[in-house]
Every structure is written in C-alpha cells, then in structure tokens.
Design a protein around this ligand. Sequence first.
Ligand SMILES: [Zn+2]
Ligand SMILES: [Zn+2]
Length: 167
Amino acid sequence: MNCYNHGDQVAVSQCRDCNKGLCDYCAHFYQIPLCISCNQLHIDYEKKKIKKEFFWTLVLGTITAATMFFLLITSEMPPDKTINDVYLRTLITFFVFAPIVPGWYALNSFGSNFKGFFLIFSLPGLFVFYALKVLVSIPVGLIALPIRFVRNAKRLKDLNAIPLEYS
Ligand SMILES: [Zn+2]
Ligand SMILES: [Zn+2]
C-alpha cells in the first residue's frame, strides 16, 4: 500500500479512522496517525464541544442574572437600598448560576459510574440524581469555571493553529 497523499511513497501506517495509507511524513503529522480529512473532523468536533460549553455558561448566567435584575427593579426597594445593590446582586446571581455548566462538565469528566446506583430507584431516583448533580455543580463549577475557561481558550487557539495542509 502507498500513501494516499504521496502516491510514490510506501505507507508505513494507516489513518486510525479510515485506514488510508500514510507515509512516514504523513503518519507523524498529528499525535496519532490521521489523514487530513479525519483530523479535520476531530478538530471540528472538539471545537464544537468547547463552543457549546462557552455558550451555555453564558446563556445560563445571563438568563438567571436578567431574571434577578427584573425581580429586583420591579419589587419595592427598601429606602436604604441603592441601584448599586441591584447591580451587585445581579452580578452575584450570574456567578452562582453560570458555573453550573462547567461544573456539570467537570463532574461528567470524573465519570458517571455511580449513576447506576440511582437507576435502581428508576424515575424518582434519576430525578434526585440530576437535582443533586445540579447542586454539586455550583461549588464544583466555581473552581472549574476559571480553570476550564483558560484550558478551553488555550485548546481552541491550539486547534486553530493545527496545519491542515501537507507539503
Ligand atoms: Zn482518515
Ligand atoms: Zn504521505
């Protein structure tokens, strides 16, 4: 078999995903032997996952903060409360709810082995499981949010820098 990209070169490896032949040069282009089109799929998949996490973090934080802001300005304010208190509480609300998303993802990466235990109790057990997971996601997310944000931003930058053309 010859390299799919360099027809005159003997294939020393194969693409992990589609089994196309890869020469010595093409086999070491990425961490694992992959052809360009399969690597593009890997990159797209990873990018989509990262963007999804950014998006839902922002959406959840914004919706809950906007709701809190609306409730605060429509409710009767004590005379000693100022508009700055409203802004502060809105901001706090954002940082209580937004971390649920990265917290949730972080918990997922720890594995969901203990999920089976709750499945014994079927539907109510599953509801309790997810309710608990949301609650645990808040403190976990407070730590996970900055860590995952930096890590994901760096990964996105690295993914964009991966060359997708052979010479
Ligand atoms: Zn391939
Ligand atoms: Zn090649």
